[in-house]
Write a protein that binds this ligand. Structure first.
Ligand code: SF4
Length: 263
């Protein structure tokens, strides 16, 4: 029987990009302030030092702005520079904790901001038109997707699932057999990284909460990763669910159909 859950709302991509841009502007103002206060002292140490430090700060601020502009162009579907993606992820890593504080001032929760990052990242993934053969795709889910009272050990081998219908693991195992992708249930980031290392996929589809997807997508980079948010009718990390229709739709976008796969 099909289960009914309240699906999470779609976070806006512009929320994340807007907060990141605002944080970059604030960080640039702070850098300018530091430079302005320190410039006379720097000049006493060595005459060209204010220019060198000022140039370095300007380069950091300008580079960050360029990375954000590039992200906006990619999200809009216009011309952008894919090679700047690494810098963008690094920028996100550095500025995200500050962006969380900035967002709080505007009444935006960390969860919403992370959700917006995932929506942006997924859109970029789809814009890049990434497609891989099923056997080069890894689908990873957290352990909390398994029914808490289920006695079967599925973390080392999901095929131990008896597909009783008690949770979504059974449907995912069936789907992995039908479509041919690798499917694993990970108990944490370390095991997830180990699974990525062992299966050597060309792309990853991860099912998790906002926080884990956010860190996971950045962790596996440069491996392209797409995230599907889990559903938590029982609170976090306990008997969670996933919208199977959304998973299937994403898989159909990523997997190259067998008849088109020439190796
Ligand atoms: S579907 Fe599989 S993992 Fe879920 S409760 Fe049933 S046997 Fe356990």
């Amino acid at each position: 029987m099909e289960k009914k859950f309240t699906l999470p709302g779609r976070p806006k991509k512009r929320l994340f990009i807007g907060m990141l841009a605002l944080t970059t502007v604030l960080a640039s103002v702070v850098l300018y302030g530091i430079w302005y206060i320190a410039r006379l002292g720097l000049a006493e140490i060595a005459e060209p030092l204010p220019l060198v430090v000022g140039g370095l700060f300007a380069l950091l601020g300008g580079g960050a702005m360029l990375a954000i502009l590039n992200m906006v162009l990619a999200v809009k579907g216009w011309f952008y520079l894919p090679f700047l993606q690494r810098q963008t992820y690094e920028l996100i890593n550095v500025l995200f904790p500050v962006a969380v504080y900035v967002a709080k001032i505007f009444g935006v929760s960390k969860r919403n901001l992370e959700g917006s990052f995932i929506a942006t990242s997924n859109l970029l993934f789809n814009r890049l038109g990434i497609k891989v053969p099923a056997d080069r795709l890894l689908v990873v889910t957290p352990h909390c997707l398994q029914l808490a009272t289920c006695p079967h050990k599925i973390t080392r081998d999901p095929n131990n699932c008896k597909r009783c219908g008690g949770c979504d693991i059974g449907s995912l195992v069936t789907l992995s057999e039908e479509m041919g992708f690798h499917f694993f249930v990970a108990t944490g980031g370390t095991l997830a990284r180990q699974v990525v290392y062992n299966t050597r996929p060309k792309a990853v589809l991860a099912i998790a909460c906002e926080r884990d997807l956010m860190s996971g997508i950045q962790d596996v980079y440069p491996l392209p990763a797409v995230g599907v948010l889990n559903i938590r009718p029982n609170g976090p990390c306990y008997n969670t669910h996933v919208d199977m229709a959304e998973v299937r739709a994403q898989l159909e976008k990523i997997i190259i159909p067998k008849e088109q796969d020439n190796g």
